[in-house]
Design a binder for this molecule. Structure first.
Ligand code: SAH
Length: 240
């Protein structure tokens, strides 16, 4: 039934083992409380550092969006360079740790248009982190962005939510947006994720109609048990 196959993008042979895995938001919060945050990097991500000129593209004061931001130190690095950052993260602990570990004072406010959400704002830097489910966030809250840094984001959301994710992210892209998307490949039979496998074909299915996609780097490692490939893409909105 080729039609059925086409309908569900998670049903490719490589996607099958992880297609139905669901990680609840409360499980992420538990991971934070239990210190299970091996995804966190203590330094600026080398892919961001290496590609910063491509992302900035001659602009100043670029508005960055960090979906599923965790406590990524990249946010402070960008703010120190004169850019501004809006992040979304479900874990309040993650957000408070970000400010505290970077010695920043911050305010906490409720968000009228987002019941249950809070926004944490740095007092010194241009950084606002929303504590809420990403899928409740929209362009009506902070407008559109000139850059998006996606590391541990598309690969972290539940595989069945990818179409919804791509639809949301593309509505957050300003016409001059430069979106860096990091994805992973490994044998999904060996590990249930997150992070989840996102094959190249799916990146194109999710974003190809609305964005031009350039593969900037592809780095592979082999171990005796498995392989691991990290792909880095630059997405820019297609001018219609
Ligand atoms: N991008 C960060 C964090 C990656 S881990 C980094 O590179 O370090 C994924 C993060 O997303 C976790 O901190 C988790 O708490 C958060 N998260 C997962 N699903 C979410 C959702 N639907 N809305 C908001 N945050 C979410």
């Amino acid at each position: 039934m080729p039609l059925l196959k086409k309908k569900n993008n998670n049903r490719g042979s490589m996607l099958e083992p992880q297609a139905d895995r669901v990680m609840a938001l409360s499980e992420w919060e538990d991971w934070w409380h239990d210190g299970k945050i091996r995804f966190h990097l203590p330094q600026v991500h080398e892919v961001l550092e290496k590609n910063i000129d491509k992302v900035i593209n001659g602009r100043t004061g670029v508005r960055f969006f960090f979906p599923l931001c965790g406590k990524a130190v990249d946010m402070k690095w960008l703010a120190d360079l004169g850019h501004s950052v809006v992040g979304v993260e479900i874990s309040e602990k993650g957000i408070r740790d970000f400010f505290e570990e970077n010695n920043m004072t911050y305010s906490v406010e409720t968000v009228a248009s987002l019941p249950g959400a809070k926004v944490f704002k740095s007092s010194e830097k241009n950084i606002s982190l929303y504590q809420c489910d990403l899928f409740n966030f929209s362009s009506s809250i902070e407008g559109q962005f000139g850059a998006i840094w996606d590391r541990g984001s598309l690969v972290a959301i539940n595989p069945r939510d990818r179409e919804k994710y791509a639809a949301l992210i593309t509505t957050l892209m300003a016409t001059d947006c430069r979106y860096i998307l990091n994805t992973l490949l490994y044998n999904p039979e060996l590990y249930k994720g997150p992070p989840f496998v996102v094959p190249e074909e799916q990146v194109h299915i999710l974003f190809g109609s609305r964005c031009s996609i350039e593969l900037l780097h592809s780095v592979s490692d082999m171990t005796d048990r498995d392989y691991r490939t990290e792909n880095v893409h630059l997405l820019t909105p297609k001018t219609s």
